[in-house]
Design a protein around this ligand. Structure first.
Ligand SMILES: NC(=O)c1ccc[n+]([C@@H]2O[C@H](COP(=O)([O-])OP(=O)(O)OC[C@H]3O[C@@H](n4cnc5c(N)ncnc54)[C@H](O)[C@@H]3O)[C@@H](O)[C@H]2O)c1
Ligand SMILES: [Zn+2]
Length: 341
């Protein structure tokens, strides 16, 4: 089973199956890039392939690590005829993808996402990159993969907190684009054994694919809707030095806060905000800003968000159940009032 994603230079398939099937779907002359956690989980047939491993964690998603991987590829004798296979979470996909986009001016990339976040979000859409001291994802490229292969059973080893964080992105996909998926998620997905999970992942991937096909290079304000919950979420991550929350938790708080703002601007009903909050809460996700954190602490980071233009704040706001639009002219004062307890 597969889904096709079109992009400026062609198209690729997102296929799904099990860990054990991945090896047989790879092109010849594949070189794996994976992190130190996922390396231990590779099925035997993947272990047999040449492999580069980096230390797990966001701290590895940096220029220096990309440079080391370039050097290691050269030592392995990798050529343009080789394919890099990113096996892991979003960190691996972004880092290995960035290496694929630049090694020998670009070599083919296959994404094998193993975290829920990577399956439903980062592996599809062609964005690759690394973090700079000035901010996350500030160096990168659009480098669409040759294919994406999703091994559903990889989720059985994913730490529970990472599964919940991935569900935040699933909830986001539902609220920006799919009333049907919202209904499905009213019964929460609490573990990787939930039999509904493969279909929920497929629906989320289809939403991501549809959005990036409509606005691949984020120029039309459509792809920016994927940032629902992220303007406040990113600010919260930054202000807490990336130590307090995993990304999906910050996004959960951000979604509820941005929904409150949507309600304040009359775009959705207060009931819709309650529905979203209930859904996040039922998935074990935090929904409120931590006590003692002032919005004045968050605002500077929201202005620094990549989507910000001029003096106004740019936010993707809900327009109903499964509808979202980018607003580039939100007054900071409305944000303040919406977020008052
Ligand atoms: N390119 C994009 O469009 C895009 C979109 C969203 C997020 N991202 C990026 O994705 C990154 C976050 O991704 P993430 O949450 O997957 O982080 P991650 O890659 O660090 O993975 C989270 C943790 O889970 C472990 N892990 C992964 N798969 C596992 C498995 N099957 N079993 C056990 N452990 C497993 C990893 O080793 C890591 O410790 C961020 O850097 C973010 O910027 C990119
Ligand atoms: Zn996200």
């Amino acid at each position: 089973m597969a889904l096709t994603v079109r992009h400026h230079a062609g198209e690729y398939q997102v296929a799904w199956g099990q860990w054990a099937d991945v090896a047989s779907s790879l092109p010849e002359k594949a070189i794996l890039i994976t992190d130190s956690n996922v390396e231990r989980l590779l099925p035997e047939n993947l272990q047999a392939l040449p492999r580069l491993t980096f230390p797990a964690g966001e701290a590895s998603k940096i220029w220096v690590m990309a440079g080391q991987l370039h050097e290691q590829l050269a030592q392995l004798g990798a050529l343009r005829s080789h394919t890099l296979v990113a096996v892991g979470g979003g960190v691996t996909g972004d880092l290995a993808g960035f290496v694929a986009a630049s090694y020998m001016r670009g070599i083919p990339l296959v994404q094998v996402p193993t975290s829920l976040l990577a399956m439903v979000d980062s592996s599809v859409g062609g964005k690759v990159g690394v973090d700079l001291a000035a901010g996350k994802n500030l160096a990168g490229a659009f480098w669409p993969p040759q294919s994406v292969i999703v091994p559903f059973d990889a989720l059985t080893t994913l730490p529970e907190r990472e599964l919940r964080a991935g569900m935040a992105e699933v909830i986001k996909a539902a609220w920006i684009a799919s009333p049907e998926l919202i209904e499905t998620l009213r019964t929460p997905v609490l573990n990787a054994q939930d039999p509904r999970l493969p279909e929920i992942i497929q629906s989320s991937i289809a939403i991501k694919a549809q959005v990036v096909e409509a606005d691949e290079f984020e120029r039309l304000g459509i792809r920016a809707t994927l940032n629902f919950g992220h303007t406040i979420g990113h600010a919260l991550e930054a202000v807490t030095n990336y130590a307090e929350y995993v990304h999906g938790e910050a996004v959960s708080i951000g979604m509820v806060a941005e929904a409150q703002l949507s309600a304040r601007l009359g775009l959705i009903t207060p009931n819709a905000v309650d529905d979203l909050r209930t859904m996040c809460h039922a998935h074990g996700l935090p929904t409120a800003l931590p006590a003692g954190l002032s919005l004045e602490d968050l605002l500077p980071f929201m202005r620094k968000d990549k989507k910000a233009e001029g003096t106004h704040l740019a936010l993707a706001l809900l327009h109903g159940y499964g509808a979202c639009k980018l607003h580039t002219d939100v007054a900071a004062d409305d944000v303040r009032k919406a977020l008052q307890p």
